[in-house]
Every structure is written in structure tokens, then in C-alpha cells.
Design a protein around this ligand. Structure first.
Ligand SMILES: [Zn+2]
Length: 343
């Protein structure tokens, strides 16, 4: 996997089961950013004792600044855990100018390959700073200790390329050129979906090869999106449905799963290889049905009815939502294949 060229943000990469063993001995004076469960999994394997262990309390920026002020002097920030623990580590490393080492214990989101930390300012997400892991440590065995469906959810932000690149092309044809269309980037991005398709059974079984396909996909998405300075290759109408639902329901979701629901629905509005992408979602075992996300039918129908108004009010990029009307009849027909939570 070291054959990634281009801008990845990841300065070095170490993979393999057991790759965290003894890691602490290479870090000098180090501080750990983590959460209780992931820290429990790794602390006896590092071979060294950190100067301090800081747990995620909240990603609100004033909380982060308070924690930062209490950090001891150190050479390295070791981030261990899921998206928030990794973001906490990125934030500290950025603000302190320290070396960053990241150990994801789950790969359900791409925080461990992106340079900015997602923080909150009065509950609104903001992406700040810049920190690159050296190394990023992918310990397959450690990652497999997380529930399989959460690691499988990691494919959501790779499969979203299917609907996002369609939207990007649509915007280009409709005369929106704020993100100059690149057929080459689109071809490279679609190759990542093809790679996930080739390894679908490995991903479903959460094997080393399956986990590697997801990590590799994230790294390569970055080589496309970071130089372009936008995420149109992997973010479009499928994410917009998620934004609407998140605002409507005011609760968090497992990102890859709700993006999966977006891919299911918006690929249908696009009339974009619907059978193929649906069977791929199913083969991988991504949980995208509303019942898995605790969404009932009236809520989803209302969200879809509101979607165009929502994207226009937010001034979001031009997508299929701007071009094809979502009618009640369409909603009835397309939601028929989904399983819902009952109320
Ligand atoms: Zn996403």
C-alpha cells in the first residue's frame, strides 16, 4: 500500500496486525488523546508510559483550549480511537507544533487521513488546523475488535463517489464552473469504487484485505480532493440528504450508514446504475436501511419533500436535487424497497 503517490497528508504509514506493540518506545515524551474503550485496548501494548492521557470530553473549541492549556510538555501526540479521538490529537498536535502519531481503532470515518480537525463552535462543525500523522498506524487485529458493522460503514465515503461524481458532471453541464470539472479526477475516483467492488466480500468479512481497501480508498480520495481543494469527487446529493436529516432529527448518525441511505435514494433520482449500486451496497453488508438508522417513513418522506428548499437555503452545490423534482408519487415508489423503524 506504500504505492500511494500524490498529496495524501499521511507522512508515513505502518500496517499489519500487532503494529502497535512497543510503539510507545519511539515517541519520546508523549501525550495520549483518546477515549476510555480504545485506550483500554492499547495501553498495555505500547511498551511505554505517557506523560498524560487526555480523554475526549467535547469537541467544543473552548473545551479543547482548556485541555490544551493543561497539557504537559511533550514531543509527540499519540491519538488512539475513532474520529473524535483522532481529531482531538490533530488539534493538540497542530496547536503545540508536536509530532502526531495516529492509531485508529475503527475506520468508520476518514478523520485519520484528513489534515483538518473537526471541532464545534456552539454546536456547528468547523474544520481547523493542519496535522499530518507520522506514522499512521493501521493494526488490523486492533481495528477488528470494533463491531464489524462500524468498520464496514467505512465504505460509505468511498461509495458516495458513485452519486457525487454524477452530480459534479451534472453541475458542469449546467454551467456551474466554481469547481472546474476534471474527467481525469472522476475516472480515478470511480476506480476506487471499482476496487471496493472487487474486494466486496473481503470488506463484508472485515479481513485484512478488506480493511486495507477502505484505508487505501481514503488515502486515494485525498490525492484527488486535496490538490483540487474541494470534495466534489466524493460529496454530493447523497450527503445533502444526510445534512437535512441531521438537522431535522438533531442527533448523530454513523456517517457511512446514513451516506449509504443517501446513495440508495439519490442514485434513484439520478437514474444512475441503480441495480448495480444497490446490489453492491448489499453485498458489502452496509446497513443503510432506515430501520438500522432508527428513521421512520414519515420522517424520511418529509425530509425528501424539503430537500430542494434545504439545499437552496444552505446554498449547497448544484446537484440532481436542483434538476429533478421529488414528488409524492416518486417518494412512494422509491421508498417501497426500504425497511423502516415503526413509531
Ligand atoms: Zn462523508
Amino acid at each position: 500500500m506504500s504505492d500511494i503517490d500524490g498529496q495524501t497528508n499521511v507522512l508515513s504509514l505502518r500496517t499489519g496486525s500487532g503494529s502497535i506493540d512497543g510503539l510507545g518506545r519511539e515517541l519520546g515524551r508523549f501525550v495520549v488523546a483518546t477515549m476510555p474503550i480504545p485506550w483500554q485496548l492499547v495501553r498495555d501494548r505500547l511498551g511505554a508510559v505517557p506523560m498524560a492521557v487526555i480523554h475526549v470530553e467535547s469537541m467544543e473549541r473552548d473545551v479543547l483550549e482548556r485541555q490544551l492549556a493543561e497539557l504537559p510538555e511533550c514531543d509527540t501526540i499519540l491519538a488512539v480511537g475513532g474520529g473524535q479521538a483522532i481529531d482531538l490529537g490533530k488539534y493538540f498536535a497542530w496547536r503545540r507544533g508536536a509530532r502526531l502519531v495516529t492509531v485508529p481503532t475503527i475506520i468508520s470515518v476518514d478523520a485519520f487521513v484528513t489534515p483538518k480537525a473537526a471541532v464545534r463552535l456552539q454546536h456547528r462543525v468547523e474544520y481547523v488546523g493542519h496535522a499530518s500523522p507520522d506514522p499512521l498506524v493501521i493494526d488490523y487485529q486492533l481495528i477488528r475488535s470494533a463491531p464489524p458493522e462500524l468498520n464496514i460503514a467505512g465504505v460509505g465515503d468511498i461509495l458516495s463517489i458513485h452519486t457525487a461524481t454524477f452530480d459534479w458532471e451534472l453541475a458542469h453541464r449546467a454551467g456551474h464552473h466554481e469547481h472546474p470539472f476534471s474527467p481525469d479526477d472522476v475516472a480515478r475516483a470511480r476506480d476506487l469504487v471499482a476496487n471496493v467492488e472487487r474486494l466486496a466480500d473481503e470488506i463484508r468479512r472485515v479481513t485484512d484485505a478488506g480493511l486495507q481497501a477502505i484505508v487505501d480508498g481514503y488515502l486515494r480520495v485525498n490525492t484527488i480532493c486535496l490538490p483540487a481543494d474541494h470534495y466534489r469527487a466524493e460529496e454530493g446529493s447523497e450527503h445533502y440528504l444526510f445534512y437535512e436529516l441531521e438537522e431535522r432529527l438533531a442527533r448523530p448518525f454513523i456517517h457511512g450508514q446514513i451516506v449509504g441511505l443517501g446513495i440508495y435514494i439519490l442514485s434513484r433520482l439520478q437514474q444512475n446504475r441503480v441495480e448495480w449500486i444497490t446490489s453492491l451496497l448489499d453485498r458489502i453488508g452496509l446497513r443503510y436501511h432506515p430501520v438500522d438508522l432508527d428513521i421512520d417513513r414519515p420522517t424520511l418522506a418529509e425530509s425528501l419533500r424539503n430537500l430542494r428548499r434545504f439545499v437552496r437555503a444552505r446554498n449547497l452545490w448544484h446537484t440532481i436535487i436542483d434538476e429533478r423534482e421529488i414528488t409524492d408519487a416518486w417518494i412512494d415508489a422509491k421508498l417501497a424497497g426500504l425497511r423502516f423503524a415503526s413509531r
